[in-house]
Design a protein around this ligand. Structure first.
Ligand SMILES: [Zn+2]
Length: 596
């Protein structure tokens, strides 16, 4: 991308105090790309809607890492819409690509049986057993479409199977065949060049490789040169439907094409000006579509940055189709943390739907909006999600009281809604970590969960669990599916009589102080004050004393006190934050477990 200087507009209040306008314009990477894309669209196709594109291959579950392929142009398209411009975000479903391999661990798929279909278009492969969809590609597309709807992503889906088999690209195919020599010459520049040593910062892990493959471009197929010469087009066999075919002759005048199938031995001669069962090879297919659709902006993964990659080569080939290469930032991979440990029904490949089970769409959108495409980041399925939510809630509060920085305000605005309006949000967004603790401790007992949550803020109690939804459901799903059993909280049924008996006088006194203050402090804030206050009072200070007024030993005393409480309540050294835990356990049971 080209970097353009950007200005922050200053408005002046009466007293000449500058305040920064909270417009999303020119405040973040999305705005800067939008400026560039609009300008380029006006240059290439004045007055026409702006076209941005993503490509997804439904060759299996669509990896969460591939979501960046969609979110990058989505955010830019959304900014353009917010400015009142017409924009199309195309998602090309590369469902006419060949079935390359049977992904591991898919429910309802026998690897041996499905291996029979390798080489067929993805739309000709049967869906996993039990699926309600007509074929493999549709099955995996459906899950993605649902997630995109939850995320508020507006798009025009284009099935490449429909495009190719209905002859939409006929002229382009004939044109490519006619200019196969030119195409071959471009590709030849890269074939002879030895690929430079890959400058990867680190080896790709398996998930990233999956993601790279999922982009449909990893095959880097540029067609083959048989004895009859180079052809940028491959028919799917008329007998076995597979693409192990070799073009043996082509006549430019009659468009007669002969091929043989290496898989089944079938051969036939067809007329390409009426034949619809084949496709341009990937490195030609992609630039053909840039030209056909007039794509102005289409990002691609870092795997496309090397010389000879389809994006680079496509930039040369697109000229043959009378088009120009889109503005295409390279985006860094998005990693996943905490998913590896988890056993998944889908072979450990997290999808956007998996993420949306444990986090609200706003949070997921924010992760993409706040990072420039070339910055990598991780999506947390582990404990990190709690910290992430704290950060998000803090930003939400800052935006509400107008103290957030302009770029943060912009990222927030892109996260909570689109040009079409705000996404549905949780009416009472209680802290995720509190909800997770409550779900953890109450283990599915909703009445208990409501009781605890309504005690968090007695002034303004929660009256219905629905007020905390869907965030509560996400936190509950996270606890149930991503927190290992040894990290779950199990509240003791019976007091630990032995431990209670062994306590020295100071420990007994600390419990006494806590129990005496319990009723009066029974709220999240009250209990926080109480548990930190007990060791202070015991050491002769006021419960309100600030850390500056206290000797450092108080910290040790607090830690010791907290550990004692955890042991008595949950039989471990640690657990959810104590105030939450106390509320969750309930006053009566706390009293019993602490030996009252
Ligand atoms: Zn065949």
């Amino acid at each position: 991308m080209t970097c353009r200087p950007w200005t922050v507009r200053l408005f002046w209040r009466k007293k000449d105090v500058p305040i920064v306008a909270q417009s999303t314009e020119t405040t973040d990477w999305v705005s800067r790309f939008a400026d560039e894309v609009i300008e380029e669209s006006e240059r290439r196709a004045p007055g026409k809607p702006v076209v941005v594109a993503s490509g997804l291959s439904p060759s299996g579950p669509i990896h969460l890492g591939n979501l960046r392929e969609v979110m990058t142009p989505h955010l830019v398209a959304d900014e353009i819409r917010r400015r009142g411009r017409e924009v199309r975000h195309l998602i090309s479903w590369d469902d006419y690509d060949r079935y390359r391999k049977v992904p591991k661990g898919i429910a309802g798929v026998d690897e041996k049986a499905w291996a029979e279909h390798i080489g067929k278009p993805l739309t000709s492969v049967p869906a996993p057993k039990g699926s309600s969809y007509p074929n493999w590609a549709e099955h995996f597309k459906a899950a993605m479409i649902e997630s995109l709807a939850d995320l508020g992503v507006e798009f025009d889906g284009i099935s490449q199977t429909e495009q190719y088999t209905s002859g939409v690209y006929r002229e382009q195919i004939l044109h490519a065949m006619k200019h196969r020599g030119d195409i071959d010459a471009i590709l030849a520049q890269y074939r002879t060049k030895k690929a430079p040593a890959k400058k990867q910062q680190k080896p790709l892990d398996e998930a990233e490789l999956e993601a790279a493959e999922g982009s449909g471009a990893a095959a880097e197929d540029d067609g083959s040169s048989g004895s009859a010469g180079y052809f940028p087009y491959k028919p799917y066999c008329g007998n076995c439907e597979k693409d192990f075919t070799t073009v043996t002759s082509y006549d430019d005048d009659t468009t007669e094409l002969s091929y043989t199938c290496d898989a089944c031995g079938f051969s036939e001669t067809v007329r390409l000006n009426e034949f619809n069962r084949g496709k341009l090879v990937w490195k030609v297919d992609w630039p053909m579509r840039w030209a056909y659709e007039g794509v102005i902006f289409e990002p691609s993964g870092v795997d496309h940055s090397s010389p000879g990659s389809s994006f680079q080569v496509g930039g040369q080939i697109v000229g043959i189709f009378g088009g120009e290469r889109p503005i295409g930032p390279m985006y860094a991979f998005v990693g996943i943390s905490g998913m590896a440990k988890m056993s998944s029904s889908k072979g450990g490949v997290p999808t956007p739907a998996d993420a949306l089970k444990i986090m609200e769409p706003q949070l997921l959108r924010w992760l993409y909006a706040r990072r420039r495409p070339n910055q990598s980041f991780k999506i947390a399925f582990d404990q990190e999600i709690q910290r992430l939510y704290d950060e998000w809630d803090k930003l939400d509060a800052k935006v509400a009281d107008s103290t957030a920085l302009p770029a943060d305000v912009a990222a927030h605005a892109r996260a909570v809604g689109t040009a079409a309006g705000e996404l549905p949000r949780t009416p009472r967004p209680l802290p995720y970590r509190t909800l997770a603790s409550v779900a953890d401790i109450t283990a599915g007992h909703q009445d208990q969960a409501l009781r605890i949550l309504s005690e968090l803020d007695p002034e303004n109690p929660l009256s219905d669990l629905d007020e905390a939804r869907p965030r509560y459901d996400k936190a509950e799903a996270w606890i149930n599916t991503h927190v290992p059993a040894d990290q779950r909280t199990i509240v003791r049924d019976e007091p630990d009589a032995e431990l209670l008996k062994s306590l020295d006088e100071a420990s007994r006194q600390s419990l006494r102080l806590l129990l005496d203050g319990l009723a009066e402090h029974w709220s999240l804030d009250g209990l926080t004050h109480l548990v930190y206050g007990v060791p202070k009072v015991q050491a002769g200070f006021s419960a309100d004393a600030t850390p500056k007024e206290l000797p450092p030993e108080i910290k040790t005393a607090q830690r010791t006190f907290f550990a004692l409480l955890y042991h008595l309540l949950v039989g471990r050294d640690t657990g959810p934050r104590l105030p939450t835990l106390l509320l969750a356990v309930g006053q009566e049971r706390v009293r019993a477990l602490l030996g009252e």
